[in-house]
Design a protein around this ligand. Structure first.
Ligand code: ARG
Length: 463
C-alpha cells in the first residue's frame, strides 16, 4: 500500500497519509492479529445475517464467506502479510478480502463499525480464555484431590504466622486449595455468563437504520442474546476487567501454594520433594534442587495484577462511548491470560508430580508443642476448668517442657501434677497428634473422617 496516500478504508476526506510516528502509535495490528479467528468468525456471521435480512445479496454473501475462509487459511498457514498502514486486524482482513473477491468485499461493513467489531472480537477472545481457565482449574483441582486422597490422614503441622499451631491432615491442607480454586472457577463461570451477550449491531455507537437481525448473529456466535444498549456496548470493557479480576485472585492463590512449595521443599523443612521435571539444578552448587517453577508462579501475580490495574486505569474516566484509549486494553489481557494459563498448567504438573514426605510431616507435627490446645481443651472438658485458666495451666506446662528440652507427651505425670494436682494420666491420650486430628470432627475440621467425606463430595463435583 502507498504510504503517502490517504487510508483506503477511511481516507475519503484526507489528502495525505499519516506521519510515520502517527502510524506507529496508532496501529494495533502488531498485537491484535491474535484476534483474526474471532474477527473472521464475527464477519462470517454478520455477512450471513446481512443476506438473510436482504441487506446484501446471497451471492455477495457467499463470495464474502468464501473469501473470509481463504483469509483465515492464509493467516493460519502463516502466509498472510500484515500491514501496519492498515492499522488493525479488522482492516487487514477486509483489505485482503477485497484483493481476493473484489467489489463485494466493500459490502461486508454495512450496518457495522469497527467499534462493535472490536467489542465482539475481544469478547469472543476473552470468553475463550474463561473456558480455558475453567478447564485448567478443573485439571488442577483433580491433581490436588489425588494428593488429598493419598494422604487423607497424614499428619502435618498447621501454621498460623508460619509458627506451628495445631496438627492438621495433609488431605485437609490439599483440600483447602481445592476450595480456593473452585471459587476461582466459579468466578470465571460468572464472568463468562455475564459477558455472553453479542455486541455486534451496536454499530459505531447508536445502532443502525438497516433492518439487521441481532438475535441471529448472537445465536450464530454462541451468545445468549444481543446486548441491549448500543452506547454501553461500544464503551464497555467490563468483561475484560472481570476476567482480569478473576485471573488476579486465581494467580494470588497460585502464588500462595507456590510459596508453600518453596518453603516445604527446602532442606530445613523437607515436607515435599518436587519432581526432577519441575526442579532445576544450580550451575555451581551440585546439591541444589531449585524450585524455579514455583518461584515463577509466586511472581506471576505481579504482571497479572499489573495488567488489571493498567486496564482499570485506561478505562477510568473515559466518556461514552468508544475512545482510542481502549485500544490499550488488549496487550495487557493477552499477557495476563497467557501467563495465567501457563501458570495453571505448571501448577498442575507440580502438584501431580509432588511427593510428600509423610515421616517429615508427622515429625514436624509432633514438635513445637502442637497439641497444647488439645491439652487445654482436655483440662476444660475433664477438670471443668474455665478455658482461660486451662490456657494458663497449659502455658506453664509448655514452659516446663521447654526448660526440660522435651515435648508435652514427654513430661511425667508428677511434672504435670506439680503444675495442676488434678491431672491424671488420661491426659496422655490427647497429646498425640493422631488423636488430635481425629478429634477435630466439627464440620469443616481436619479429622480424617471429614477429609474423606469432602474428598467424596469433590470427586462427585469434578466427575
Ligand atoms: N484497533 C481498534 C481498537 O483496538 C479498533 C477500533 C477502532 N475504532 C475506531 N473508531 N478507530 O480499539
Amino acid at each position: 500500500m502507498d504510504k503517502t496516500a490517504a487510508n483506503q478504508m477511511w481516507g475519503g476526506r484526507f489528502s495525505a497519509g499519516p506521519d510515520a510516528i502517527m502510524e506507529a502509535i496508532n496501529a494495533s495490528i502488531g498485537f491484535d492479529k491474535r484476534l483474526a479467528p474471532q474477527d473472521i468468525a464475527g464477519s462470517r456471521a454478520h455477512a450471513a445475517m446481512l443476506a438473510a435480512t436482504g441487506i446484501i445479496t446471497s451471492d455477495d454473501a457467499s463470495e464474502i464467506d468464501r473469501g473470509l475462509q481463504q483469509v483465515l487459511a492464509e493467516i493460519a498457514a502463516g502466509e498472510f502479510t500484515f500491514s501496519t498502514a492498515l492499522e488493525d486486524i479488522h482492516m487487514n482482513v477486509e483489505n485482503r478480502l477485497r484483493e481476493i473477491i473484489g467489489a463485494p468485499a466493500g459490502r461486508l461493513h454495512t450496518a457495522r463499525s469497527r467499534n462493535d467489531q472490536v467489542a465482539l472480537d475481544f469478547r469472543l477472545w476473552v470468553r475463550e480464555q474463561c473456558d480455558a481457565a475453567i478447564a485448567g482449574l478443573d485439571a488442577l483441582m483433580r491433581a490436588f484431590l489425588v494428593q488429598a486422597e493419598a494422604g487423607a490422614d497424614w499428619v502435618m503441622p498447621g501454621f498460623t504466622h508460619l509458627q506451628t499451631a495445631q496438627p492438621v491432615t495433609w488431605g485437609h491442607h490439599m483440600l483447602a486449595y481445592v476450595e480456593m480454586f473452585a471459587r476461582d472457577k466459579s468466578r470465571f463461570q460468572d464472568a463468562r455468563a455475564r459477558m455472553n451477550e453479542c455486541p455486534l449491531g451496536a454499530a459505531a455507537l447508536a445502532g443502525t437504520s438497516f433492518p439487521i437481525d441481532r438475535h441471529m448473529v448472537a445465536s450464530a456466535l454462541g451468545f445468549d442474546r444481543p446486548t441491549a444498549n448500543s452506547l454501553d456496548t461500544t464503551a464497555d470493557r467490563d468483561f475484560a476487567l472481570e476476567f482480569l479480576s478473576a485471573a488476579s485472585i486465581c494467580a494470588m492463590h497460585l502464588s500462595r501454594f507456590a510459596e508453600e512449595l518453596v518453603i516445604w521443599s527446602s532442606a530445613q523443612f523437607r515436607f515435599v520433594r518436587m519432581s526432577d521435571r519441575f526442579s532445576t539444578g544450580s550451575s555451581i552448587m551440585p546439591q541444589k534442587r531449585n524450585p524455579d517453577a514455583a518461584e515463577l508462579l509466586r511472581a506471576k501475580l505481579g504482571r497479572i495484577l499489573g495488567a488489571t490495574v493498567a486496564l482499570f486505569t485506561v478505562m477510568k474516566g473515559l466518556p461514552l462511548t468508544y475512545s482510542k484509549d481502549m485500544q490499550e486494553d488488549k496487550e495487557q489481557v493477552f499477557d495476563a491470560a497467557d501467563n495465567l494459563l501457563l501458570g495453571l498448567a505448571a501448577m498442575e504438573g507440580m502438584v501431580s508430580d509432588l511427593t510428600a514426605n509423610r515421616a517429615a510431616l508427622e515429625a514436624a507435627a509432633s514438635s513445637g508443642f502442637s497439641t497444647a490446645t488439645d491439652l487445654a481443651d482436655w483440662l476444660v472438658r475433664e477438670l471443668n476448668l474455665p478455658f482461660r485458666d486451662a490456657h494458663h495451666v497449659t502455658g506453664s506446662l509448655v514452659k516446663l517442657a521447654e526448660d526440660k528440652g522435651c515435648d508435652l507427651p514427654d513430661l511425667s505425670l508428677t511434672d504435670m501434677q506439680n503444675v495442676h494436682g488434678e491431672i491424671t494420666d488420661a491426659v496422655y491420650s490427647v497429646l498425640g497428634v493422631q488423636n488430635s486430628v481425629a478429634s477435630r470432627t466439627s464440620y469443616g475440621g481436619t479429622a480424617p473422617a471429614n477429609v474423606r467425606a469432602q474428598i467424596a463430595r469433590w470427586k462427585e463435583v469434578l466427575g
